[in-house]
Design a protein. Structure first.
Lengths: 322, 322
């Protein structure tokens, strides 16, 4: 896993990926006590950065491997990213989801052309179902983060940040990234190491699901006690990845931990000041940039909004705060 | 008023204006029955396209004229656009607003560095107050739409659309624009005439406030019976402008008229499918693109989301539909 893979991914995905802008607002600067720059990956195809990794991985397969199709386990943003990437390549996608996944997510994934296979969480073994389908049909598994070509795709976000920061004269800053398994965070870390060494990645996670922050602190992979119970579901994973963690350990600064309430407040501010729709898990980096001013140094901070796939009910809840 | 003024404005504002992307969603294409492209000016500085015109007008003043400052009458998007433009030029801005304007709008305009002067709608003459202030302090009035340098600034949106449409291979399409006094619509019309003659501007307005659509139909300036009573307040004006209407008469296709309910539905779809916050008046063009399929021809349609300055209560109302 290295910068050359990210540059190669960038060359493959540049024609289809959206180059998201770098936004700011004087009102957010005021709250944060410094200039806050926002990279809105909620504006990416399928509403999250996951499309970058999905397209990178599918496009990296040789034609014979790709033709039978791909398979992914996800009820969320990775599902939609892989589904659209497969559709754009004209190959089948099978997405394995728990049968209790929200109907909207199942419908959206189907509408993007994927076949959705559901399983019962309590009684069925997801991995067994996936392995059987993959073997029968010759499908290639696209893992959500611990997969080099996925990390390379997410890392293209970092190439863009490096370029955009330079254009704004930003040479020193923390780049705060909403962090689940660490695919986006580690990809950006490698890109910045190469193209903007004055910028440093720092992960942001929800309270109670801060495996990456604790792993960075202890120097070894730590686990979360639970895997449910956060409104920031998009970035809840059991532990940092085997490929992503060594990269983070080498390059990332200390992690941030934010509460659900702070994530909701950041969503409300993104609505009010940036005209952007962020999902709770996609807003934790902005929350850290705004509400952890004493843990940040320097005149500038950059925060990723990693996704915007939130239902109306949760969004209304965020708006109650303003 | 001509294309050279738009190109000159573009050269002046390029360093500060946000070049907004051209977005799309397969889900919106499905509803519209054709490809729908969205130009999200809600992502512009101050949350609307008005910043383009404000900055263009302030930057066009010679230094001696500019130094004492500028004045504008507006309780909405034009106020914020002019305020930020003046701030960026380091000159004072005085914004004259009715005393019953929403506190948030007054606060936002002040936070952008402007001096807000309020007047009582019932008992005071806005124009007299403005003229007196302008004379006393040597302020230059920046009109919201019937002002060539403002139209030129708004027209830069059209230069971007021409370029972006070309990049997507779109050579024939209607470009639907949320239309109040016609500054944005006529500026885009001139830009497209020069740079993308296969693209045709068409205004979109709220029901009951369709002065431009009726003026285009009759060939002469028609008035609105009322000036309040629409949730699309940002684009309610008494009549098309004296400078804007001749341009629209020459270049625009028939206008669209959408209901408040359709504008709210378009806001909900922008939330769900684009992760964008649109205000009601900023969503009428998207509503027309989605819900007037029989009035549109061709495989592609382009719609501007002109602004996103909506309060949480109205946005929650839009989300009730999904």
């Amino acid at each position: 896993m290295n910068i050359d893979m990210i540059r190669a991914a960038d060359a493959r995905i540049a024609v289809v990926v959206r180059r998201t802008p770098l936004l700011n607002s004087p009102f957010l600067d005021e709250i944060a006590g410094r200039r806050v720059w926002i990279k809105p990956e909620c504006l990416q195809h399928t509403g999250s950065f996951k499309f970058r990794g999905g397209y990178s991985a599918v496009s990296a397969l040789d034609q014979d491997t790709r033709a039978p199709g791909v398979i992914a386990f996800s009820s969320g943003n990775h599902a939609q990213g892989v589904a659209l990437a497969a559709k754009m390549h004209g190959v089948p996608a099978v997405i394995v989801m728990p049968s209790d996944a929200p109907k909207l997510k199942i419908d959206n994934t189907r509408a993007l052309g994927a076949e959705v296979v559901t399983y019962h969480r309590a009684t069925e073994d997801r991995d067994k179902i996936g392995a059987q389908l993959a073997a029968e049909r010759g499908l290639t598994l696209i893992k959500p983060y611990d997969e080099p070509e996925v990390i390379a795709g997410q890392g293209t976000t970092g190439l863009e940040i490096a370029e955009q920061a330079k254009a704004h004269g930003i040479t020193q800053a923390d780049v705060i990234v909403c962090c689940g398994g660490g695919g986006l965070t580690s990809g950006i870390a490698l890109a910045l190491e190469a193209d903007a060494p004055g910028l440093r990645v720092r992960p942001a996670e929800p309270e109670g699901f801060d495996d990456v922050a604790r792993s960075l602190a202890s120097g070894q992979i730590e686990h979360n006690a639970h895997q449910t119970g956060s409104i920031c579901d998009a970035i809840v994973t059991p532990q940092p990845g085997d490929i992503t963690f060594p990269i983070l350990k080498r390059l990332a600064g200390p992690g941030f931990v934010v509460s659900d309430g702070e994530a909701l407040q950041a969503m409300a501010l993104a609505f009010q000041r940036l005209k952007l729709v962020a999902e709770p898990g996609g807003a934790v980096a902005l929350a850290a940039a705004l509400f952890r001013k004493d843990e940040i140094e320097g005149d500038d901070v950059i925060a990723i909004i990693s996704g915007g796939n939130v239902d109306a009910e949760m969004f209304r809840r965020a708006l109650e705060g303003i």
